[in-house]
Design a binder for this molecule. Structure first.
Ligand code: URA
Length: 238
């Protein structure tokens, strides 16, 4: 038996984002052990009987999916233009409460982890924990080894310095360069912006891996369910 904040409990029941769950509470739609709780921040016993709109809700088991995201799919829910979001690529019965860990741009392909485990998500996505993401970027021009290695010293963006870039390999493909790099930053458009900052431009971007987890054996547009232990060991999370 443990205590948990009510909005967190509701979000673990698959009732949407923490924010959405806060609204359910402040609208007076949630009762705990027979009493309406409409104030945020209350901690409840995990064994409580919780009702939303009079219906009992229960915590869902954590699940973890890796998806090889194709182009044209977005990572934010409720797109005003109605574009398909990544969670819709997972079968319907698993979807309640799932969200993508971090974001990939609409035109980026590759590994996206989809889960309902907020704590694990935070440890993977937050730069503080230093979990590296590996990208393969096809960029404009024939970049030299010197230019690429210089990026490892840090690249200044309008939002500050990006440190911790590691160039793993590169090859010239006609008049472009295919660069494999590792980075633990999750800033908006970060890979495209660092190449722009050094005078190039990303034409194609693929996220190959998170830590040592990759989608090399998952076809673009396909997914597979994996266990938490595999994620912890491949991402070296204690
Ligand atoms: N960096 C980008 O620029 N785009 C992505 O989708 C991911 C990282």
């Amino acid at each position: 038996m443990g205590f948990i904040r009510l909005q967190r409990y509701l979000s673990r029941c698959g009732l949407g984002s923490r924010r959405g769950c806060e609204e359910l509470i402040t609208q007076g739609r949630v009762s705990v052990n027979g009493e309406v709780l409409d104030e945020l921040g209350s901690a409840i016993d995990e064994d409580s009987r919780v009702l939303v709109d009079g219906r009992k809700v229960t915590v869902l088991p954590h699940r973890y999916f890796i998806l090889n995201k194709p182009k044209g799919i977005i990572c934010v829910r409720d797109d005003p233009r109605g574009r398909r979001w990544v969670v819709d690529m997972i079968p319907k019965e698993f979807r309640p409460g799932l969200f993508p860990v971090g974001r990939l741009d609409i035109d980026t392909t590759g590994l996206i982890l989809i889960t309902n485990d907020g704590d694990l998500s935070n440890r993977i996505a937050h730069p503080r924990y230093g979990v590296e993401k590996e990208y393969v970027a096809l960029v404009k021009g024939n970049m030299t080894e010197g230019e690429l290695k210089a990026m490892e010293e840090g690249v200044m963006l309008d939002t500050g310095m990006v440190k911790g870039i590691r160039i793993i390999s590169f090859e010239h493909v006609e008049d472009r360069t295919s660069v494999t790099l590792r980075i633990h930053e999750g800033r908006y458009h970060v890979v495209k912006r660092i190449f722009l900052a050094v005078g190039s431009r990303v034409y194609e971007l693929h996220r190959r891996g998170i830590g040592e987890l990759n989608v090399d054996d998952v076809e673009v547009g396909s997914w597979k369910e994996i266990g938490k232990d595999l994620i912890l060991s491949k991402c070296k999370i204690e």
